[in-house]
Design a protein around this ligand. Structure first.
Ligand code: GLA
Length: 456
């Protein structure tokens, strides 16, 4: 029998953080908030950089979230404030068109992405004025999806303030789409898990159509998140979009080699669907069709029989126009291999054989190696941290999120957690003089999805 999915509206429970936020709100705007809303960050257990290629991923929500206190006002303005003084107040008139400056990804633009998503969905010409105070506990630029949590929270708040109603799935789809206004061509994992998460379970997230299925993690192990403390802001660099573009070009090259209509295929998964091939067969095809040496623009244009103008406008994004060489074999090989590891991870969780923990750990280790060597989305410090985590007793460890910095996620047998934490502190954090607070090294259990909190 289907269990009841958690509701998007729930009653407020007394809690210190909420009370503090309420106080800040009252001090700032001289009135009480009408409602609160929150959206969690996430940790991806396996399935990195494959959502935008059409493949399923396996994240869970974390306890850390973006929390907003909101009231509706008559001033015709959206007023934003953040409890973190590093993020400056911002306000915009509801009668102005929402403009998101991609060159300058400041915190309030993520909020505005969510507002714009809802505005467009309902064709709202005049949004209601809102006063908001935001309080975030997701460490920023750490691969735990603080920016998507902010976009999702903003989408939810805007929906509620404008008295609209949407399902969590619709909200997830809208927020995945509208976050792209910031300039990164994200795949939708972060927004999907932020809305569709349920306490106590990881989720397999499938796309087109969007679906989230419970994945029961084995007893006897916990997931520990550790931040290598190299910050990575994916909207401020072009690394992320370069990977998206490389996968798009690889899609076209594979399609063309198999005489498929490349103009209709955009994601590596589309080629697999068209060919009705297995992931292994796709990896063989990658070996046959693509060479490991980087491809120049000329070579790609020649192979695809397109002009340099078409190449720039149809395949590149605005922030990848400068790129001259593209690694196609390595990226496609990673994507098909990682998609297969996600399915293997899920099936181990389903059948729970005696050696589940060891098997899942191995998949995580292979995933990290593929991200590091083929997808080249790790960095020196993150690789060191993953090595230290494995030496400290993790059965598996890998980067999580976009990479190039940020966090690793490690699977640690429950009875070894304390010694693990101590060993990682000693080997990674202490020698580098890094802070070891709850933001940088912590055990994480699967948290619940985004919700609106109303006074009863
Ligand atoms: C970011 C994106 C996601 C996903 C991951 C990498 O978090 O927002 O869509 O692509 O990177 O797996």
């Amino acid at each position: 029998m289907d269990k009841n999915p958690p509701k998007i509206r729930t009653a407020v429970c007394a809690d210190e953080r909420l009370q503090n936020l309420k106080n800040t709100f009252e001090a700032k705007y001289g009135e009480s908030p009408l409602f609160f809303a929150y959206a969690p960050g996430r940790v991806n257990l396996i399935g990195e950089h494959i959502d935008y290629c059409g493949y399923s991923v396996l994240p869970m929500a974390i306890e850390q979230n973006i929390l907003a206190a909101v009231s509706v006002n008559n001033s015709g303005t959206i007023m934003l404030s953040n409890t973190n003084p590093q993020y400056k107040d911002f306000s915009v008139s509801c009668s102005e068109a929402i403009v998101i400056d991609r060159e300058n990804p400041m915190w309030h633009y993520y909020f505005l992405c969510g507002v714009k998503g809802i505005q467009e969905k309902f064709g709202i010409t005049q949004l209601v004025g809102m006063s908001c105070v935001i309080d975030g506990t997701v460490p920023p630029s750490s691969g735990l999806s603080s920016s998507s949590a902010l976009v999702c929270c903003a989408g939810l708040v805007t929906m509620e303030a404008n008295q609209k109603s949407l399902s969590k799935t619709e909200l997830a789809e809208i927020c995945a789409k509208c976050e792209r206004y910031i300039g990164t061509e994200g795949g939708g994992m972060d927004q999907s898990i932020s809305f569709l998460a349920e306490r106590g379970t990881a989720k397999l997230i499938e796309f087109q159509p969007l679906r989230a299925t419970d994945v029961k993690l084995p007893d006897g192990a916990v997931f520990v998140i550790s931040n290598c403390c190299v910050e990575m802001n994916k909207a401020a660099t072009s690394d992320y979009n370069i990977r998206v573009v490389e996968c798009r070009i690889a899609t076209k090259m594979l399609a063309r080699a198999r005489r498929l209509d490349q103009s209709k295929l955009f994601r590596l998964a589309d080629v697999q669907t068209e060919l009705q091939a297995s992931l292994r067969q796709m990896m063989t095809l990658v070996d046959e069709v693509l060479h490991p040496e980087p491809y120049s623009r000329d070579e790609i244009c020649r192979e695809l029989e397109i002009t340099p103008e078409q190449f720039s406008t149809e395949l590149l994004s605005p922030n990848t126009q400068h790129v001259t060489h593209f690694k196609l074999h390595q990226r496609a090989w990673h994507v098909y291999g990682e998609a297969e590891r996600v399915l293997q991870f899920k099936s181990v969780c389903e059948s729970q054989p005696a050696e589940s923990i060891r098997l899942l750990g191995e998949l995580m280790i292979h995933s990290h190696a593929s991200c590091r060597d083929l997808y080249e989305c790790s960095c020196y410090e993150l690789d060191r941290l993953v090595d230290f985590c494995l030496k400290a007793g993790a059965v598996g460890s890998r980067l999580t999120g976009a990479g190039w910095g940020g966090c690793a996620v490690s699977m640690v047998p429950s009875e070894k957690v304390e010694t693990f934490l101590q060993a990682v502190r000693k080997s990674y954090y202490l020698p580098r003089g890094l802070a070891m607070d709850k933001q940088s090294l912590f055990v994480s259990k699967p948290g619940g999805g985004a919700a609106i909190l109303l006074e009863e």
